[in-house]
Design a protein around this ligand. Structure first.
Ligand SMILES: Nc1ncnc2c1ncn2[C@@H]1O[C@H](COP(=O)(O)OP(=O)(O)OP(=O)(O)O)[C@@H](O)[C@H]1O
Ligand SMILES: [Mg+2]
Length: 329
């Protein structure tokens, strides 16, 4: 039986934004499942519905056998949530934050303290439990946030953008902790991200979502393999030159990617690139830049959504992101 199965889960906000549009995903026990999508794709809204924070407009989900519509209380007991925005209180000590959560779940003090000790241990914060959160670095604070979602020993852990605002190094350390948590505690983890590398490194399976819809689901490897072929990007001096290149007959697919830029998909770049260059040379054209890419998750994302993931950050999102970054400092 799957741990989470959504059935046409849909959210239309007052005002008419369809944030999640008939979403169907199925998550197996003990897997790390990534929801990958751009700003505004509907990731947080999906998490909010699955964690009972907001009501779906239509559709439903079964979570560890419980019905999202009918069994909210039961679901709350078996899930842990680490929201996109920070929730710990910087004026309290790490341990005090964790005890507050334990009290909320009515966990007896001695059990709670044992649990808290174990959790601090997993994320290497044992020496920091008795220090004020205001003294933590950004990465430490995120680690604390991470274990806040585990105090009640959940079967499923929801992580909404677990590394947003962290620098690259701190981010990859977080991945290790998330993996450790999955291994040591056996929880099912569902996480959202708009960092391709993050889901590539962490997730057993991912769904790419855009405009509230699932575009494709699979293991990172299978998605990359599904692309079949390499991508060659070439830049030219004029539109005419670019058009000429685009007409190259040996391409699986070719399109303009910017004014004088051509993005071409070929079966195998090793054998095709020399042919492309001689085709162009015969026509007295030579590209000013050439870039060859074997399939990566970036390419998968581009293929299925039609744009790269870091295009067009919306201003409101950017403001929130920066606010978080400031709070992390
Ligand atoms: N409370 C709300 N009321 C109205 N519209 C909302 C509300 N929350 C989100 N939206 C809209 O719903 C859509 C999906 O938002 P959501 O926050 O779920 O996206 P996301 O994938 O989590 O994006 P991000 O990467 O910015 O976190 C966006 O168009 C957003 O503006
Ligand atoms: Mg979000």
């Amino acid at each position: 039986m799957s741990m989470i199965k959504t059935e046409n889960l849909t959210k239309i906000y007052p005002g008419g934004t369809k944030a999640v549009d008939n979403l169907n995903i199925e998550i197996e026990e003990a897997e790390i499942y990534g929801l990958l999508g751009k700003n505004g794709a509907g990731k947080t809204t999906t998490i909010k519905m699955l964690t009972t924070a907001i009501e779906p407009t239509s559709g439903n989900a079964i979570i560890d056998g419980y019905d999202l519509k009918r069994d909210k209380e039961k679901i709350r007991r078996i899930i842990g949530v680490v929201p996109q925005d920070l929730t710990t209180d910087a004026d309290l000590k790490g341990i005090e934050n964790l005890r507050m959560i334990a009290a909320f779940y009515n966990i007896p003090r001695s059990d709670a303290d044992k649990r808290i000790k174990d959790l601090l241990d997993i994320v290497d914060l044992s020496d920091w439990g008795n220090r004020y959160v205001s003294q933590y670095s950004g990465g430490m604070r995120k680690r604390l946030e991470l274990i806040c979602g585990l105090v009640n020993s959940p079967r499923i852990l929801f992580l909404d953008e677990p590394t947003l605002g962290l620098d690259v190094n701190t981010r990859s350390k977080m991945w290790k902790y998330i993996k450790d948590i999955q291994k040591e505690l056996g929880v099912t983890i569902i996480l959202t991200s708009h960092y391709l590398e993050e889901v590539d490194q962490l997730a057993d399976r991912i769904s790419i979502i855009d405009h509230g819809k699932v575009l494709i689901t699979g293991t990172p490897e299978s998605l990359k393999a599904s692309l079949k072929g390499d991508v060659i990007t070439m830049e030219f001096q004029s539109k005419e030159e670019a058009d000429l290149a685009r007409a190259y007959p040996g391409a699986l697919h070719a399109s303009l990617a910017g004014n004088y830029k051509v993005r071409m998909k070929v079966e195998n770049s090793d054998t095709e690139l020399p042919k492309i260059l001689s085709y162009l040379m015969e026509r007295n054209v030579s590209p000013s830049t050439i870039n060859v890419k074997k399939p990566s998750l970036d390419e998968v994302f581009l293929e299925y959504t039609g744009s790269t993931i870091d295009d067009d950050i919306d201003p409101e999102q950017f403001r929130r992101m920066m606010q978080n970054v400031r709070r992390l400092r």
